[in-house]
Design a protein around this ligand. Structure first.
Ligand code: ZN
Length: 186
């Protein structure tokens, strides 16, 4: 088991759709363990494999004292929406109002290749949507209303982690622990 560096906004892996998992082997179980350990170290409430540079459809969460993982998820969303703040471990320190469906039903597989269904409302539903988005190369800034997104982009450009990467010409790829996202880092 090993804690992995969390990739930050600006890294191309975060906007690249991840591949389906086809072999539920030892490597996948190791990936789930690494994701879980990295999420808890941050600390965060959710983490998707692309956030540690692995382009596979796998994510983990720790919400309301329950941990879980899901592989190759598909989502069914309620028409009813929820308002609320959301953070992302790939955007250190930043938390924004992000509209999401109130309820989500996620179908996928566990690390042994067995089918599982996860149902959640409120923060768990938000997490299932946020992490599945990561697997499609979609980020929470893409889900914000336009005025909120404008403010977020301004604060991202002004942030130390983003401007340091821009001026060096390198991808931001640093691990900042602890992540101060008030338990909302997904
Ligand atoms: Zn995220």
């Amino acid at each position: 088991m090993a804690i992995q560096p969390i990739r930050l906004f600006g890294d191309p892996v975060l906007v690249t759709p991840a591949a389906l998992v086809t072999d539920f082997d030892k490597e996948i179980r190791q990936l789930v363990a690494d994701l879980m350990e990295t999420m808890h170290d941050a600390p965060g409430a959710g983490l998707a494999a692309p956030q540690i540079g692995v382009p596979l459809r796998v994510f983990v969460w720790d919400i309301n004292d329950e941990t879980g993982h899901l592989i190759n998820p598909t989502l069914d969303l309620s028409a009813e929406m929820q308002d609320g703040e959301e953070g992302c471990l790939s955007f250190p320190e930043l938390v924004y109002e992000t509209p999401r469906a109130f309820k989500a039903v996620a179908k996928g597989f566990n690390m042994h290749g067995e089918p599982v269904t996860i149902e959640g409302t409120e923060l768990l539903a938000r997490c299932l949507q946020h992490e599945t988005d990561h697997l499609n190369g979609v980020l929470f800034i893409d889900r914000m209303k336009s005025d909120q997104r404008k403010l977020a982009m301004k604060e991202i450009r002004e942030s130390e982690w983003f401007s340091a990467a821009s001026s060096s010409g390198l991808n931001p790829q640093i691990k900042i622990s602890p992540h101060n996202t008030r338990g909302l880092g997904l």
